[in-house]
Write a protein that binds this ligand. Structure first.
Ligand SMILES: [Zn+2]
Length: 428
């Protein structure tokens, strides 16, 4: 069963529509009330009751290998990224494939209920024994009816000074990991970081794979590897399949240099992922007062045509102990930390959540148009602003024409007057 009729949905531009999905693909979008109701069984029709309908969300950056490991890894007492890495390095010694699979599947279920059907997850390929790589490769197959999972070969150990790391990266790609990852600011010296970038760019070029680095995720204004990534990928003409994740140092660069880096990213065609939840708590940890926010320069990047996706990053691990896989929670945090609270920012936030995040993970058959995949969300409210404001549960999530999650909405009753309280609707 991959046919479904969504009746009376509202698009982001405010049109009321019916959406007919046949064989997993959107066949027709027409004015509400004019859909072929008789052609669909009652069980294959869903009344959106005027709620917002969008394509499903894409998660551009998470770590399913470490998700839900905080009880194993221990609690981060300093709140720094560095302590998070140290705790993970001890934790990864004891990974067990079946436990990694159980945790990853639970988090994917959370994602799906929030309307995410495409996920890019980094996996530490320098962890011993391949337990987490093999676990996530199996999960990718076993849950393919729920999500399209993409894996990034992420090296925590040094690419330059640890002799096994280059082989581990290549072996991961040969085992079926999709994307080349990197972590140049984790290297001991500037020169090693540059060599690290050059190594992973060469690898992505040689294997004809996308590239996605954790890069300049620090408050240190002297961490300057994004410029190297931009120039190296531009030279090989692979910038359009390259992602720079975090780039928080851009926040701390002098304006003149920041402008040059933004231009280099735009010229290379690179996308950026901002991870507002984790970076809100990881950055500024070495500052006294005033304390820097440590987010990348979103408005400047987008003004130069650089797509900026919104990622969740870690979920309940030693780096970030919160997280529930809801892109609307990440966007809501970004509203506050990036001063994106003005009314005209609403459309920018939706472009980042939808089109720009999809651009990182892949846009094959993406969109709400005839011929696109029948993967969509019926949200909890009608107005795109109210969806961001309330983060109401998604009413229905459909992947390739098949419903994969729905919310049986129960409103809380206010004891005073015994009235149900509805966050999603304002008084007439
Ligand atoms: Zn990350």
């Amino acid at each position: 069963m991959s046919d479904i009729l969504i009746q009376n949905g509202t698009t982001r531009s405010g049109d009321r529509v019916d959406i007919e999905i046949r064989d997993g693909t959107i066949e027709t979008i027409c004015a509400a009330g004019s859909g072929s109701v008789a052609a669909f069984d009652r069980a294959d029709r869903f009344d959106a009751d005027g709620r917002l309908v969008t394509p499903t969300f894409s998660e551009p950056h998470t770590h399913l290998d470490s998700a839900l490991t905080v009880d194993v890894a221990g609690t981060n007492e300093t709140g720094t990224l560095e302590e998070g890495w140290e705790l993970w390095q001890a934790c990864r010694e004891q990974l067990d494939k079946s436990a990694v699979k159980r945790r990853a599947k639970r988090v994917i279920e959370w994602y799906v209920t929030h309307g995410v059907t495409r996920i890019r997850s980094h996996v530490d390929v320098t962890a011993p024994h391949w337990e987490s790589v093999d676990a996530l490769l199996e999960v990718r197959e076993e849950l393919s009816h729920l999500v399209d999972l993409q894996l990034v070969a992420f090296p925590i150990d040094s690419v330059v000074y640890d002799p096994e790391t280059p082989d581990q990266l290549e072996t991961a790609l040969e085992r079926g990991v999709d994307v080349v990852g990197g972590l140049p600011h984790g290297e001991a010296t500037r020169e090693a970081g540059v060599e690290h970038v050059q190594h992973v760019v060469d690898l992505a070029d040689a294997y004809d794979r996308p590239l996605d680095l954790h890069i300049d995720e620090t408050d240190d204004p002297n961490s300057r590897y994004t410029e190297v990534l931009a120039v190296e990928t531009r030279e090989r003409e692979i910038g359009d399949r390259t992602t720079a994740s975090h780039v928080t140092a851009l926040h701390s660069y002098p304006n003149t240099y920041a402008r040059a880096v933004v231009q280099l990213l735009a010229d290379a065609g690179i996308s950026v992922v901002t991870n507002p939840l984790s970076n809100a708590i990881l950055q500024g940890r070495y500052d006294d007062f005033p304390r820097r926010r440590g987010h990348t320069r979103i408005t400047a990047l987008r003004e130069h045509g650089v797509p900026v996706a919104i990622g969740q990053d870690d979920i309940v691990d030693s780096t970030y102990q919160y997280g529930d896989g809801d892109p609307l929670t990440a966007a809501h945090t970004l509203v506050h930390f990036a001063h994106l609270n003005l009314r005209h920012n609403v459309s920018a936030l939706w472009e980042m959540l939808l089109e720009e995040s999809a651009q990182v993970v892949g846009t094959r058959q993406y969109g709400l148009t005839p011929g696109s995949a029948g993967s969509l969300i019926v949200h909890g409210c009608t107005d795109p602003f109210d969806v961001l404001r309330t983060r109401e549960p998604r009413a229905l999530v459909v992947k390739d024409g098949v419903p994969v999650a729905r919310n049986n909405r129960q409103l809380t009753i206010l004891d005073d007057g015994k009235r149900p309280v509805d966050l999603s609707r304002r008084p007439e």
